[in-house]
Design a protein around this ligand. Structure first.
Ligand code: TPP
Ligand code: MG
Length: 678
């Protein structure tokens, strides 16, 4: 027999439902169906299991709760309000979806305290959770000691049909099963409904078997209103080790609405005044009361505050004991979570100025390995391309479930193997960054940024320190051909607000680029690196590579001289551009070369610096980059030119491609002459 709990339980659940309904109704838009169906599971989880601290939403050892179907966010806002999160007042619920509110149309990390990640694009929250699970395992392996489990939090998520349909979630689920992330407990709102109707139109596989095959521990609750069954399933999940957990809970979308329950309409539109009344009556609610929180429900929910204070206090006590027993670790723990890097770490940045021509990906590998020992909060990996992206930390172990052969690794490992799963890698990297303590990186070929795009955008939108390592950055990768040669990707990356993209000119700029990425605590960085060797600039003749911090800098020529033409180049195109400058100099042309590793960083400089590098009176300008020319017109202006890629690449050796597509000193010099009117 299903157990629907006490009258008080029902009152509390209906409070969540009615607040959600009222918020959507007042906004005249939103998604009431999911909160109405999923309120019982959310109630059981939040009241009985979730360890959180409403008065300190970022308490380190809190359990994380992800609402992966972000469209159902009135459920989360109602829970935050009822549990006593100070910023989510009743007025904020009334302001749902309005300008300046704490309650935007989909839940946003960094906007509303208590929201652990930004959700809305389905599948992301699910996959962020996997990264959070990886992070917790690593943090526990690093910091916990016998008798001192200082970081033992769990990751709970509510996930929907849409989440499970998304490819990224399949990738992430497969990875989580392989890694045996038993700290994940996912509640699946199995309501058989999405926007186009019943899931039979597009989603008919046996979800339980699918997750079993991934290596998850699967439980099913046939009645989403059966509080005891939900409670038992969560309790059971907490006790079963070695597998991630999913609990398929059969619910009805829009539960309680006499005419709209179990229909797609209730997914994404307000119920309407009449249906609200009928629904509230069905809940035993006063249909005339809006945004109503019964006193008894209020008291029940607000127990979360006292409980939160208590668990945090207990944790503080155990942390004091930890501090006594392991003072150095305790100090590190504080530093990691306050994003403080160890003193003197920059001394380890390698000096690559004496190297022979070197691919910038190789320079990146050297940098990473030089920093490895000093920065244990830095970890990451690649989507099965680590030998090519040079992202293995040789001295570090590999991150694997510890019960696999110890040779393979354990949870203290820092080299992650994401498998050929770029999208899940990127979403998991974001989840790792959201831990608040780790600096994660994810690597692949720049071409496959396409497969990471949604998560890279979210890293920037959320302002988290994810580091993206994209190598094989142009036609310069050569023989693999145009399927692997990125063209439009740089332009695309540079349109992502909040992301800093850096394409170093040579090996010496790479450690500076890493330094920038590591120090950008509130935002992601993309490092764009070559497959092929590029000349190492002799920094006794050229200005310091530290100038990367300014985005663009004068590489050849002086700020005092007014050039006849300015050549602007990034990455591997700096080398032929310098050679073009030499040709022009021989003709007596006063030429300036500007190295342009980062457009975003340059745009942040003062007007006077930007005018110094690109004097407004000098209109003859040529930008050179083996990529889509789009982002350069702003810098070269109407009188300038771009030597870029106006077509796809081709399969041939890099040298041939550079010649055929015009990245030669002669062609660049010719473009310069043309802009000078010669
Ligand atoms: C990546 C992505 N594609 C499409 C959408 C638009 N969208 C919002 S909800 C939804 C599906 C809803 O089904 P489900 O996830 O089961 O939620 P429910 O209707 O049960 O609330 C879609 C397609 C989205 N938010 N994200
Ligand atoms: Mg659904």
């Amino acid at each position: 027999m299903p157990n629907h709990g006490s009258a008080l339980d029902q009152l509390c659940i209906n409070t969540i439902r009615c607040l959600s309904i009222d918020a959507v109704e007042k906004a005249k838009s939103g998604h009431p169906g999911l909160p109405m169906g999923a309120a019982p599971m959310a109630y059981v989880l939040w009241q009985k299991h979730l360890r959180h601290q409403p008065l300190n939403p970022t308490w380190l050892n809190r359990d994380r709760f992800i609402l992966s179907p972000g469209h159902g966010c009135t459920l989360l806002y109602s829970l935050l309000h009822l549990s006593g999160y100070p910023h989510v007042t009743l007025d904020e619920l009334k302001n749902f979806r309005q300008w300046g509110s704490q309650t935007p149309g989909h839940s946003e990390y960094g906007h509303t305290a208590g929201v652990e990640t930004t959700t809305g694009p389905l599948g992301q929250g699910f996959s962020n959770g996997v990264g959070m699970g990886i992070a917790q395992k690593y943090l526990a392996a690093y910091f916990n000691r016998p008798g001192h489990d200082v970081l033992d939090y769990k990751i709970y998520a509510l996930v929907s049909d849409g989440d499970l349909m998304e490819g990224v979630a399949s990738e992430a689920a497969s990875l989580a099963g392989h890694l045996k992330l038993d700290n994940l407990i996912y509640l699946y709102d199995d309501n058989h409904m999405s926007i186009e109707g019943h899931t039979t139109v597009a989603f008919t596989e046996d979800r339980a078997k699918r997750f079993e095959a991934y290596g998850w521990h699967v439980q099913c609750v046939p009645d989403g209103n059966d509080l005891e069954a939900i409670d038992q399933a969560i309790t059971c999940a907490k006790g079963v080790v070695g597998k991630p957990h999913i609990i398929n809970i059969r619910t009805l979308i829009g539960f309680g609405s006499p005419n709209k329950k179990d229909t797609p309409e209730v997914h994404g539109s307000a119920l309407g005044e009449d249906e609200v009344k009928l629904t509230k009556k069905a809940y035993g609610w006063d249909p005339e009361k809006h945004f109503y929180v019964p006193a008894a429900a209020q008291v029940e929910f607000r127990k979360a505050v006292a409980k939160g204070v208590q668990v945090e206090q207990a944790w503080n006590d155990s942390r004091s004991a930890y501090q006594k027993a392991h003072p150095d670790l305790a100090r590190e723990l504080t530093d990691w979570f306050s994003k403080k890097l160890p003193a003197g770490w920059t001394d380890l940045l390698p000096d690559l100025s004496k190297e022979k021509p070197m691919a910038t990906r190789v320079a990146s590998g050297k940098t990473l390995n030089a920093l490895c020992a000093k920065l244990p909060m830095l970890l990451g990996g690649s989507a099965d391309l680590a030998p090519s992206t040079n992202t293995i930390m040789k001295e570090a172990a590999h991150f694997q479930a510890p019960d696999l052969s110890s040779e393979l690794g354990n949870y203290a490992g820092r080299n992650l193997h994401f498998g050929v799963r770029e999208h899940a890698m990127a979403a998991a990297v974001n989840g790792m960054a959201l831990s608040g303590a780790l600096i994660p990186y994810g690597a692949t070929f720049l071409q496959f940024f396409d497969y990471c795009k949604a998560a890279v955008r979210l890293s920037a939108f959320m302002g988290v320190r994810s580091i993206w390592v994209f190598t094989h950055d142009s036609i310069g990768l050569g023989e693999d051909g145009p399927t692997h040669q990125p063209i439009e990707h740089l332009a695309n990356l540079r349109t992502i607000h909040g992301l800093v993209t850096i394409r170093p000119s040579d090996a010496t700029e790479v450690p500076v680029a890493w330094k920038i990425a590591l120090e950008r605590v509130n935002g992601p960085t993309a490092l764009i690196l070559t497959r092929q060797n590029v000349a190492v600039l002799d920094r006794s003749k050229f200005p310091s590579a530290a100038n990367v911090e300014k985005g663009f800098y004068i590489l050849l020529g002086s700020a005092q001289e007014k050039p006849a033409v300015i050549l602007i180049a990034s990455g591997s195109e700096v080398e032929p551009t310098l050679a073009a400058a030499e040709l022009l100099q021989k003709e007596g042309v006063q030429v300036r070369v500007v190295a342009a590793p980062s457009l975003e960083l340059f745009d942040q400089q003062s007007q006077s610096y930007r005018d110094e590098v690109l004097p407004p009176t000098v209109r003859a300008r040529v930008a050179v980059e083996a990529a889509h020319p789009m982002c350069w017109f702003k810098y070269v202006g109407l009188d300038g030119a771009v030597v870029g890629m106006n077509t796809y690449g081709a399969s041939a050796p890099a040298k041939v491609l550079f010649e055929k597509f015009g990245f030669t000193p002669q062609h660049i010099a010719a473009a310069a002459r043309k802009t000078m009117g010669k």
